[in-house]
Every structure is written in C-alpha cells, then in structure tokens.
Design a protein around this ligand. Structure first.
Ligand code: PGA
Length: 257
C-alpha cells in the first residue's frame, strides 16, 4: 500500500450564501484529476446545490458536523443519513469550535464519527491542544488521548482522516513550527497504529489545520508527515484555496511511498 494522496479540505464554517456557490464552481474549474483530493465543507444549506455543482469533478462535498443518532426528535440537528441524502460524501466531527463552543467530548465525537461511518460518509476527526496545554508541554499527550478516544472501532485508512488542529492556531494567524507539526503527526500515527495494529500509521491520512494560507502552505507540505490540510478562512475564496491546492500538487511530486 502506498502513501495516500494529499487531501486539501476547505471548512467554510458559518459562512456561505447562495452567491458564494460561484467560489465552488471556480474551484471545480481549477482542479485537475492529477492533483490532490479536494473537499469543501459548506454550511448545510448549500450542500445539495454544491454537490450537484461538483458532480463529475474530483471535488467532494462534506458537512461540518452531524448528530450521533440517525433520526428522531432532535430539533435543529442534522443526522449523517440526512447529510448524505443532501449530497455530502464526508463529514467533519470534533472540530474545536464544536468541542469548546458546544461542550463536545471525545466520547461525543466518537459517537458522531460512528454515525458518519454507518451512513457511508468519510469522516474527518479533528483533534488538537489548547494554548495552555501546549505551554504546559501536554500537546502530545492531549492529542494522543483525543485520537484514542475519538476514533470508532470500525475506522479504516480509507474512511477516517485525522486533522491535527491546535486550537490556538485556528483563525489566529499563528501556526506551530514545521518540526512541531511533524512531532504531533508522529504521535497521532503511533496512537492510530496502537489502536489499529493491522495497518501502519503511514497509511492513514493526518492533516494539519490552523491558519493555513496560500503563503504558508508550501512550507507546511515540506513535512512528509503532513498528508493534507484543513483550511478555514483561506478556503472561502476560490483563488486562495486553489493556490493551496497548487502547493499540494507541487509537493506531491517529491513524495515517496
Ligand atoms: P483557519 O481555520 O484556517 O481559519 O485557521 C481552520 C479550521 O478551523 O479548520
């Protein structure tokens, strides 16, 4: 088994009106099948149209969260089967804005990830330490614990992607050094291998996220431990997102299996 293709994901968060679908059209027009895998996670209201727009292209469309139950009396929530039905082929779970803003624990994230897998969605599980935990030297331990507790038993390298997103780097313009990113990705892979000994850590995709821009993407891809990026702010504009996709494509050439 060779190293997986790089994966460039854009998390639109609570941004995106009908008029912004043109950004997705531009991304679709600018990507090449020979490039990295590309995914856009718009708000749920745009999922159906976005999925129709990218049909037949290498771009996949995903949702930003899902409920752990497949259906029921949960006003305002969206289940994995509902998201799949709307056109999503992937879902992000455990984003720090959900963990901190909505009190989600790794146990909740595990349940949501299971629901995503059960519905046939690819699942991106986010983990990452806070500033306080980094300063206290606890980042490796916190990230290992989150990986151990958040990934469902039926995770496979084809269906689950881990995104390392230090909380303090999200939306702040701050990012860890490349050696710091590499070190945590190694911890993540070791933990995954411990949980799933039948597969090697390097067969799983581990993304970096947190203030990734067109300006710093190339240097982040210099770490052979980085299998892709999860991009927030810089994914809202097609030109900057395409520049990050181009940086991934340039980096893939120099990667070995
Ligand atoms: P950012 O967000 O790129 O705006 O820092 C990343 C994320 O939260 O996924």
């Amino acid at each position: 088994m060779t190293r997986p293709k790089l994966y460039v994901a854009g998390n639109w968060k609570m941004n995106g009106l009908q008029a912004d679908l043109k950004e997705i059209e531009s991304v679709k027009a600018g990507v090449q099948p020979s490039g990295p895998d590309v995914a856009i996670f718009p708000p749920a209201t745009l999922l159906h149209q976005a999925a129709s727009l990218v049909k037949g292209s290498p771009v996949e469309i995903g949702a930003q969260d899902c409920h752990a139950q497949p259906k029921g009396a949960f006003t305002g929530d969206l289940s994995a089967p509902i998201l799949k039905d709307a056109g999503a082929s992937a879902v992000i779970v455990g984003h720090s804005e959900r963990r901190s803003g909505h009190g989600e624990t790794s146990r909740d994230v595990h349940a949501k990830a299971s629901a995503g897998l059960k519905a046939g969605l690819k699942v991106i599980v986010c983990i990452g330490e806070t500033k306080g935990e980094r300063v206290a030297g606890l980042a490796p331990e916190v990230c290992a614990r989150q990986v151990a507790a958040s990934l469902p038993e039926d995770s496979t390298p084809d269906t689950v992607i881990v995104a390392y997103e230090p909380v303090w780097a999200i939306g702040t313009g701050l990012s860890p050094t490349i050696p710091d990113i590499t070190a945590i990705h190694e911890v993540v892979r070791r933990e995954i291998h411990k949980r799933f000994p039948a597969s090697e850590g390097k067969h799983w995709r581990v993304l970096y996220g947190g203030s990734v821009t067109a300006a710093n993407a190339a240097s982040i891809f210099e770490s052979a431990e980085v299998d892709g990026v999860l991009v927030g702010g810089a994914s809202l504009n097609a030109a900057s997102f395409l520049a990050i996709i181009a940086a991934a494509k340039a980096a893939s050439g120099s990667r070995t299996a």
